[in-house]
Ligand binder design. Structure first.
Ligand SMILES: CC(C)(COP(=O)(O)OP(=O)(O)OC[C@H]1O[C@@H](n2cnc3c(N)ncnc32)[C@H](O)[C@@H]1OP(=O)(O)O)[C@@H](O)C(=O)NCCC(=O)NCCS
Length: 216
């Protein structure tokens, strides 16, 4: 078994621990050692029986090979934290729930650090970047490309030939129509229907989704 820790000791972190347990129930792969978090108030606390072992400095001084998965939903924060890791002993697993339906691996690309939760369906010729979260029951259609650090909340439907650039966050239940592009760092609100391309660095909500805010 390989040692694994979760960075992010919040609610999603506990859900990722559940995912690790469910993977282990099929193939005993992971030895869960505990959580890491940069919130000093959490360090030393026990969460569902496991310690918060430290922050990024503790991870960077870890002396043995350790797989770390980042349970941080906000893409820009996730990217900043991942980029602070300098310890070459830290590796990034791909975690896929045993009931996920995946197209032929030969025609799929999934980057390191990516989390694919229960009931997700990913079809064919799809490229998913590094440190992506596909939360419960999302679907991803053919020929879609998803950039690094993106986070998709539960029950999102992404149609075919969609391009989603890096660090995009999509709220629960949103739908993205085929052949559209969402620019980097954009936030799509819960329940939105993306029916036209969205630019980078905006928050878009509604049906059809329209930008309501731009930011840098
Ligand atoms: C869009 C979102 C990110 C909020 O962004 P924000 O920048 O904080 O926006 P605000 O809360 O200030 O809302 C701005 C306006 O958009 C509206 N709005 C916010 N979210 C909306 C949504 N999902 N759909 C439609 N309108 C929405 C607000 O009512 C507000 O309208 P008003 O100006 O008429 O009062 C957030 O509401 C959202 O949808 N987050 C996703 C949450 C989620 O999926 N969580 C999953 C956890 S597992």
């Amino acid at each position: 078994m390989k040692d694994i820790a979760i960075f992010g000791a919040g609610g999603f972190g506990r859900e990722v621990h559940m995912l690790i347990n469910q993977i282990n129930s099929i193939s005993n792969e992971w030895n869960f050692i505990g959580y890491y978090d940069d919130d000093t108030n959490k360090i030393g606390k026990t969460i569902n029986g496991y310690k918060v072992l430290g922050g990024i400095d503790a991870l960077n001084s870890h002396k043995e090979e350790l797989f770390v998965i980042f349970a941080i939903a906000e893409p820009r924060i996730k990217k900043i934290v991942v980029e602070k890791v300098s310890n070459r002993l830290i590796k990034y697993p791909i975690l896929i729930h045993p009931n996920v339906i995946l197209g032929d691996y030969q025609f799929l690309e999934i980057g390191e650090g990516t989390i694919i939760c229960a009931n997700v369906v990913i079809t064919v010729n799809i490229k998913i970047g590094k440190h992506v979260i596909l939360n419960l029951a999302c679907t991803v259609g053919h020929d879609t490309t998803i950039g690094d650090y993106c986070s998709f909340m539960p029950t999102i439907n992404i149609s075919g030939e969609v391009i989603i650039e890096d660090c995009v966050y999509v709220g629960t239940g949103a739908k993205i129509i085929n052949q559209l592009k969402i620019g980097s760092n954009t936030i799509v609100g819960a329940g939105a229907v993306v029916a036209k391309d969205l630019p980078s660095f905006c928050t878009a909500v509604g049906v059809p989704a329209k930008p309501i805010k731009f930011f840098k």
